[in-house]
Design a protein around this ligand. Structure first.
Ligand code: ATP
Ligand code: MG
Length: 526
């Protein structure tokens, strides 16, 4: 179907070097502050690699990076790979306790960070752990005002020394320990090998038919797998240009598309929703847009249609997770509208996906709801220092249990029903939140919606719809309820419909149903 899986035996360094050899002077990265060619990216990452080497960093050591989407992040990513060390990306929204938890858990030796992101005082958090624990040996600041540690800028400016101990990095070496989003609990550290991420990066570029002429807009954070692999590594794999934005602002994204002539636009559904609803959408020239991936959370089919209609961009939906580095399935340009709007497509080349009955492990029939399981070159080696959790999700013959529910049609197209954990069982009847959410998204006034279960003494659980409205829209809770009554069976009608100012989000831009549940439980108790 979609080409070969030629990149299966490669490393992130080989991806960079292949682009470097073909296009040394071509622009590789622009982040609003600086433009780097592939040659400059190579040279600057050598300087950082040499500095890490001097600090005593060895093959297999763990190095934290807690930065926004700045060009330095890309440089550091390759510097770490070149000396055979492992990058541990940190969410810039983590609070002190989360930073401490992951630094400890991953036994990080060196940390790159900046002093503050959006008021989050990272310097204080990292410094505190540095003072208290001696496994953390060095701090390196980037674009920071606080100068008590080594600064990235100094290293680059003063170091003439770009020699470092060359190590043979194998495709089976761990490249990244990527912590999951923590949507359902504590983040788990997925150990992703060079093979895992190089495979997924290059095959996703292949599915999107990317070439060196493409310009990628990366506004999903690089500390999340979506920004890192189908974003950064996919672009590098074909020698394309990366445009990084530090934080998501709908109008800035539109402006960047016009200014940098973006062709590949990746985003989570919420970002596309905000761009589509921006009053200045029409003012910008978006004709350079060609494609992009919309993923990481349920994608309302209305949104895919509107992206095509208003942005003239053929985005493809994809499904995956950190543990799969992350893509498992893709729609393709050949798919008809309905498939592209309603499904997340088929297993991508080299990957197997099937639906099983979670109780007995048997394969489910066509159209039957079951747990999605997958096998392929992108599946993680396991969770770092969580062998029991690893055994729960990874079978000996390589199948990974996703914890998501879905159905598959006779062509192999996957439809996501929701997470096993989000399933609401109301008086013995199953309610799949996704189905109800889709209906609400068809209303023009609705910005976002989340359906969650709340405990109930009689029914066990009841469904609650939390809805945010678009700016200036007027709609009552009663109207929302009567609307949905006409659409679905009576037991699926949410018992509670509440209009809220905003929905709680995880740092990677997903609606946090856990936080929403806690908030609403609290609200109900009063
Ligand atoms: P944690 O595992 O820590 O609870 P998380 O699962 O949200 O957090 P990620 O790895 O970032 O962490 O997200 C993967 C999950 O996102 C998938 O398991 C799935 O539930 C959801 N997801 C990803 N893509 C899609 C999609 N296209 N449609 C619906 N859901 C999706
Ligand atoms: Mg998960």
């Amino acid at each position: 179907m979609m080409g070969s899986v030629k990149q299966e035996n490669t490393t992130t360094i080989q991806l960079l070097h292949s682009a470097l050899n073909q296009f040394p002077e071509k622009e590789a990265v622009y982040d609003g502050t600086r433009r780097l060619s592939y040659r400059e990216l190579e040279e600057e990452s050598n300087l950082i690699a040499a500095e890490l080497n001097k600090m005593g960093v060895k093959r297999g050591d763990h190095i934290a990076v807690c930065l926004p989407n700045w060009y330095e992040f890309v440089v550091i990513l390759f510097a770490i790979a070149k000396i055979g060390a492992v990058i541990v990306p940190f969410n810039t929204r983590y609070h002190e306790s989360e930073i401490e938890y992951i630094l400890n858990h991953a036994k990080v030796k060196v940390a790159f960070f900046t002093d503050e992101v959006d008021g989050n005082k990272l310097w204080d958090s990292f410094n505190k752990v540095y003072q208290q624990h001696n496994y953390l040996k060095h701090l390196i600041t980037v674009r920071a005002n606080t100068r008590l540690s080594i600064a990235y800028e100094e290293v680059v400016k003063h170091s003439e020394y770009s020699e470092f101990e060359k190590v043979e990095v194998s495709p089976d070496d761990v490249a990244i320990i990527m912590y999951t989003s923590g949507t359902t609990g504590n983040p788990k550290g997925a150990m992703l090998t060079h093979r895992n991420v190089a495979f997924t990066g290059s095959v996703s570029a292949e599915v999107l038919k990317c070439t060196s002429a493409d310009v990628f807009l990366i506004q999903v954070p690089m500390f999340h797998i979506f920004g890192m692999v189908p974003g950064v590594l996919a672009a590098i794999a074909v020698g394309a240009k990366l445009v990084l934005t530090q934080e998501f602002k709908a109008e800035n994204a539109l402006k960047m598309v016009e200014q940098e002539k973006i062709t590949v636009h990746h985003a989570v559904p919420t970002m596309f929703i905000l761009e589509l609803n921006h009053p200045n959408l029409e003012k910008y020239d978006l004709t350079s847009l060609r494609t992009g991936i919309v993923a990481a959370a349920p994608v309302p089919s209305e949104i895919i249609r509107k992206i095509r209609e208003k942005m003239h961009c053929e985005v493809l939906s994809s499904y995956g997770m950190t543990e799969a580095s992350p893509c498992l399935t893709f729609c393709t340009f050949e798919d008809d509208d309905l498939t592209r709007a309603e499904t997340v497509g088929r297993a991508m080349p080299g990957v197997e996906v099937k639906i099983i009955n979670p109780e007995n492990g048997e394969e489910a029939g066509t159209g039957e709801v079951g747990e999605i399981v997958a096998r392929g070159p992108g599946i993680m080696k396991g969770y770092y220092e969580m062998s029991e959790k690893t055994r729960e999700v990874l079978s000996e013959d390589g199948w990974y249990r996703t914890g998501d529910l879905g159905t598959m049609d006779d062509k192999g197209n996957l439809q996501i029903v929701g997470r096993k954990n989000d399933l609401i069982i109301r008086g013995g009847f199953n309610i799949y939140p996704r189905e109800i959410e889709e209906h609400f998204y068809k209303l023009d006034e609705v910005q976002e919606v989340a359906i969650i279960g709340l405990p109930d003494t009689v029914l066990g659980e009841v469904a609650c719809a939390a809805v945010t409205l678009k700016k200036g829209a007027v709609l009552t809770e009663a109207k929302l309820k009567s609307y949905i009554k006409d659409k679905v069976a009576d037991f699926k009608v949410p018992d509670i419909v509440t209009i809220v100012e905003e929905l709680p989000m995880t740092a990677s831009g997903k609606i946090s149903k856990v936080q929403l549940q806690n908030k609403l439980k609290e609200k109900m108790a009063h």
